[in-house]
Design a binder for this molecule. Structure first.
Ligand SMILES: C[C@](O)(C(=O)O)[C@H](CC(=O)O)C(=O)O
Length: 299
């Protein structure tokens, strides 16, 4: 009932332990707290909270329009609903190194297990679109150093995302990944890798956990969990996929309403009322009401 039982520091400790095992951890993107519950129920290892999804949810493009408070607030609502660790997309860190430091502490307080901070200039772009720009090495490293310095829980994961591959090529990405690790990054998110060989090249260059982004309709082919595990990836995200699936289904449902005037035909595709109630533990709340009603103080 209510929120997750596992305190944030414990989720982070368990997550770090699991990450250290070297296995590939699967983090589908939750588009709301309820979908985070579903991800947990289906047996995944973690929940990803995407900036693209948070922006799209507000009807906005993913170009750095959301504020730290909006992102941390939504992150907290999602993270508290699941026992799983949640990693959040902190874009460029919401400003200068001092702002990056505050971002880290806000995300720790919001109960997240970690975040990633990228080396794009503001206004940022989706990592899989053309026309993005990256900051110079010094600025990129400063962001990570500020983040590492600010954290209070050593298990809070500071991941550095580099977007440099699509701008300056693979060699530049390898070089930047190494330098970001030197600056203290616990993990690297090499964005928009074009092939498995490119993931393997980053793997060979650094000795920290690596994240693979399997976003659809982007620059990377969609590799399987097994293929990514084979080249040594440690976390895989499908950041926008559940939102895309849900919106696709909603769109088809609205068309069906227009065409047929009823949704009867789509009933088999809907989450049943009973499954929804089970997911939100409706019964637990009923039980609480009953037991509190019968509550008596022993004399
Ligand atoms: C990972 C990402 O930053 C996100 O916001 O989820 C996006 C995903 C996307 O737009 O498909 C990205 O830049 O890759």
């Amino acid at each position: 009932m209510l929120y997750a039982q596992t305190p944030a520091h414990e989720k982070r400790r368990l997550f770090r332990e699991r990450l250290a095992s070297g296995e590939l951890l699967r983090f589908p993107g939750a588009f709301n707290p309820l979908s985070a519950r579903l991800i947990e129920r289906k047996g995944f290892e973690g929940v990803y909270i995407s900036g693209a999804v948070l922006s799209a949810d507000l009807g906005l493009p993913d170009i750095g329009l959301t504020t730290l408070s909006e992102v941390a607030g939504r992150g907290s609502q999602i993270a508290r609903m699941t026992e799983l660790p949640a990693i959040i997309d902190a874009d460029t860190g919401f400003g200068e190194p001092m702002n990056v430091a505050r971002t880290v502490q806000e995300m720790e307080d919001a109960g997240l297990a970690g975040l990633h901070i990228e080396d794009q200039v503001n206004p940022k772009r989706c990592g899989h679109l053309d026309g993005k720009q990256v900051v110079d090495e010094h600025t990129a490293l400063q962001r990570i150093a500020a983040a590492v310095d600010a954290r209070r829980d050593e298990n809070f994961l500071i991941m550095a995302r580099t977007d440099i591959r699509a701008v300056d090529g693979l060699d530049a990405a390898v070089d930047r990944a190494k330098r970001l690790v030197d600056a203290g990054a616990d993990a690297i998110f090499p964005e928009a890798m074009a092939s498995l060989e490119e993931f393997a090249a980053i793997r060979a260059a650094v000795d920290v956990p690596l994240l693979a982004n399997m976003t659809e309709f982007g620059k990377s082919d969609l590799f399987t969990v097994q293929q990514l595990a084979d080249v040594g990836m440690n976390i895989v995200i499908w950041p926008v996929s559940l939102l895309r699936i849900a919106m696709g289904a909603a769109s088809r449902g609205l068309d069906e309403l227009t065409e047929a005037g009823a949704l009867t035909r789509l009933l088999p595709e809907m989450q049943h009322r009973a499954d929804l109630y089970e997911l939100i533990d409706y019964e637990g709340y009923n039980h609480f009401d009953t037991s509190i009603f019968n509550f008596t103080v022993a004399r």
